[in-house]
Design a protein around this ligand. Structure first.
Ligand code: CNA
Length: 234
């Protein structure tokens, strides 16, 4: 059976599906990823987007962050919309490393953002919350208490929120199908989520090979948008 037909079969027979996502699901919305050719890896995101760099060079951090990670014109693509459509008839949860809010924009209700969001901010001193507009208008966003305002997006060198990770693991343990897409599976602990349920079929849709391909029952190495188009034609 061809791979697209196998994917369609797996989706048809599943009730609880977790979609685990990475930056590659948003490249077709015009947001570059970090590690594929054309990505923004040349700027060493591990350094520029680290908590150490933010604490020592907050203005430079925000310059880089606004230029490379905020994409206000980006809109959901075929994949986000497909997942939203499927969530009307199946129990669908998205667990995403992405911080771009595109699944919510497409209408998916159950989205677990393990790396935070570019739409949420807070003061590092008093914790007061801010939305993205505050960030866009000031070169170095500062709270009324004079503390620096930071993004909720998790920076390199930070620990992920244990409650959010626990929620993601619970959903994966309850799922009967895991579909992973657009991720190099190189950022931990998010990449380790694929091993949290050994009993269920696992699908990977990704252009490049990853070091964890062997852990999947079905690997489809094609652009995500074209996979969804073919799936709809099946
Ligand atoms: P990554 O390491 O950049 O890997 C992306 C993967 O997606 C690569 O292996 C590509 O081959 C693959 N890919 C790219 N486009 C397509 C496509 N159209 N079809 C199929 N495969 C494709 O990204 P990861 O998510 O694994 O890395 C984790 C980081 C990147 C997380 O911390 C994210 O927050 C961060 N990030 C997020 C965004 C976003 O929110 N849109 C953008 C850039 C980086």
């Amino acid at each position: 059976m061809d791979k697209i037909r196998r994917l369609k079969n797996l989706i048809q027979h599943a009730n609880k599906i977790v979609f685990l996502s990475g930056a590659g699901v948003s490249t077709e919305s015009g947001i570059p990823d970090f590690r594929s050719s054309g990505g923004i890896y040349e700027y060493a995101p591990e350094e520029m987007l680290s908590i150490q760099f933010f604490m020592t060079h907050p203005k430079e951090f925000f310059d880089f962050y606004k230029k490379n990670l905020i994409h206000l014109d980006a809109r959901p693509n075929t994949y986000h919309k497909y997942v939203a459509e499927l969530s009307k008839t199946k129990d669908v949860t998205v667990v995403t490393q992405n911080i771009d809010g595109l699944y919510q924009m497409a209408g998916v209700e159950s989205v677990i953002e393990v790396h935070g969001s570019v739409f949420k901010y807070y003061c590092i001193e008093c914790g007061k919350e801010y939305d993205i507009n505050r960030i866009l208008t000031e070169p170095l966003p500062t709270c009324e208490c004079s503390g620096i305002i930071r993004t909720s997006a998790v920076m390199y060198g930070e620990v992920l929120d244990p409650f959010i990770m626990e929620a993601a693991i619970k959903k994966i343990k309850e799922a009967d199908l895991l579909i992973t897409a657009g991720t190099s599976l190189s950022v931990y602990p998010a990449a380790g989520l694929i091993s949290k349920n050994k009993e269920i079929p696992k699908v990977l849709i990704n252009m490049d090979t990853t070091r964890r391909d062997r852990l999947f029952n079905l690997v489809i190495r094609q652009p995500i948008g074209s996979v969804i188009s073919k799936l709809k034609e099946e």
